[in-house]
Ligand binder design. Structure first.
Ligand SMILES: Cc1cc2nc3c(=O)[nH]c(=O)nc-3n(C[C@H](O)[C@H](O)[C@H](O)COP(=O)(O)O)c2cc1C
Length: 393
């Protein structure tokens, strides 16, 4: 009979415990998608192979669903007709108190529309857009009529599946050339969207004021229980939940280092309070601190839904052009979210509205969308997208 000394027994017991807990960790890591970043059904629409096998209308809708959109709520529905595609707002996907005027929802739909039109051209169609074609149905956002045309595959269309929101740190050593910003301006504001304007905020003073406003509005959102709730409910901390919903904000899309994302996935779901503090810290230390410049999109009348959709088209074009040029971009709409909240609650002092007006500094223009821009230091990961059959009516 083999006799085990007490010391040997303890060693073996320790080793097996370690093996069990390591096994448990590995299991949790696999379960929470630590080794599956960007994989699974929630990400399949980003794969390029799929594009080539899709029919023309389906390829246009696929491109539309890859667009930038608020909180990745994907607030769209599409109906395919013989010679047209109709786009509707899915109002059940509105961000509630974070977007009481539907500014962001309409902009996200504009982003989808832009991707659709670019892909139609690449598939050889001429397009004609009618905004809000039925006055009795404000959720009917646009009808895109398709007619045979010439194949025009633009550089913007070619990077539709490579564009991602970059929430990581930007390279503060690499300056943005004014000519490059001018090119982004000209590409974004193509002649069809005359009502939309873009202001670059590049001086140290303008950047300081903008950064302070972004931070104070983030604090205000966190302090507003309803807004904080409506924002956090789109966070998908659980891998199964993410793969099932195929929408919302994920850890992988936050732009952190691989080990931070892995650790975040392994931990049990964090409280809203911890998530808020993480957001505020990243806003201060990463988003604002490393912003190369800010871009502010404006329109003459914030309340005009058509202009909001057009502003979305402009943002999508700017982001695609930035992708072509190897730039990173990240919307920071907290000041607008607070301004809209003030308007909705009839807050007469309007502290955020007033500060935005000072930033815009152009008579007759209203701020509709703010983003930071710079050179990326790391690559970023895609966000989930719902299946095509789920966005068709
Ligand atoms: C109108 C609008 C507002 C947005 N606001 C923010 C924002 O304030 N902060 C942020 O991190 N991302 C913002 N985004 C980016 C979306 O969260 C992002 O597009 C979405 O999660 C999908 O990810 P993707 O752009 O990587 O495909 C906004 C996008 C749109 C269209």
């Amino acid at each position: 009979m083999v006799r085990t000394s007490r010391r040997e027994f303890l060693k073996k017991a320790g080793a097996s415990l370690l093996a069990v807990s390591f096994g448990g960790l590995i299991w949790r890591a696999v379960d929470q998608g630590v080794f599956s970043t960007g994989k699974g059904p929630a990400y399949e629409l980003w794969s390029e192979d799929e594009t080539s096998t899709l029919s023309d209308p389906m390829a246009m809708i696929q491109a539309a669903t890859l667009a930038s959109n608020p909180h990745n709520s994907q607030p769209w529905l599409f109906r395919v007709r013989e010679t047209s595609i109709e786009m509707y707002a899915d109002t059940t996907r509105n961000l509630g108190t974070m977007d009481p005027l539907l500014r962001e929802m309409h902009m996200g739909l504009g982003c989808a529309l832009e991707n659709m039109v670019l892909t139609a051209a690449a598939r050889g169609y001429r397009t004609e857009i009618r905004y809000f074609p039925k006055s009795s149905d404000r959720s009917y956002i646009a009808r895109v009529d398709l007619a045979p045309g010439t194949i025009e595959s633009s550089p913007l269309q070619q990077v539709i599946s490579q564009r991602h929101t970059h929430r990581g740190a930007y390279d503060t050593e690499q300056a943005l050339r004014p000519e490059l910003l001018q090119q982004l301006h000209d590409t974004g504001l193509d002649k069809s969207e005359r009502s939309v304007n873009l202001i670059w905020l590049t001086t140290e003073e303008a950047k300081r004021r903008t950064g302070e406003l972004v931070i104070s509005s983030t604090e205000a959102i966190i302090a507003d229980a309803e807004m904080s709730h409506d924002s956090n409910r789109w966070f998908r901390g659980d891998w199964d939940d993410l793969q099932a919903h195929r929408d919302g904000l994920t850890l992988d899309a936050q732009g952190g280092a691989a080990w931070i994302r892995a650790a975040g996935k392994m931990l049990p779901n964090v409280s809203h309070d911890s998530a808020n503090q993480f957001w505020l810290k990243s806003t201060r230390q990463t988003h604002v601190h490393t912003a190369g410049a800010y871009g502010l999109i404006t329109v003459p009348d914030l309340k005009n839904p058509e202009d909001r959709v057009k502003a979305g088209r402009v943002w999508q074009r700017i982001h695609l052009k930035g992708t072509v040029e190897g730039l990173a971009m990240h919307p920071l709409n907290q000041p607008m979210e607070m301004r809209d909240r003030e308007l909705h609650l009839h807050n007469l002092t309007r502290p955020f509205g007033q500060q935005l007006e000072q930033l815009t500094d152009q008579a007759g223009e209203e701020a509709i969308f703010l983003f930071r821009i710079g050179y990326p230091m790391t690559s970023v990961h895609p966000s989930p997208r719902r299946a095509l059959e789920d966005v068709l009516i």
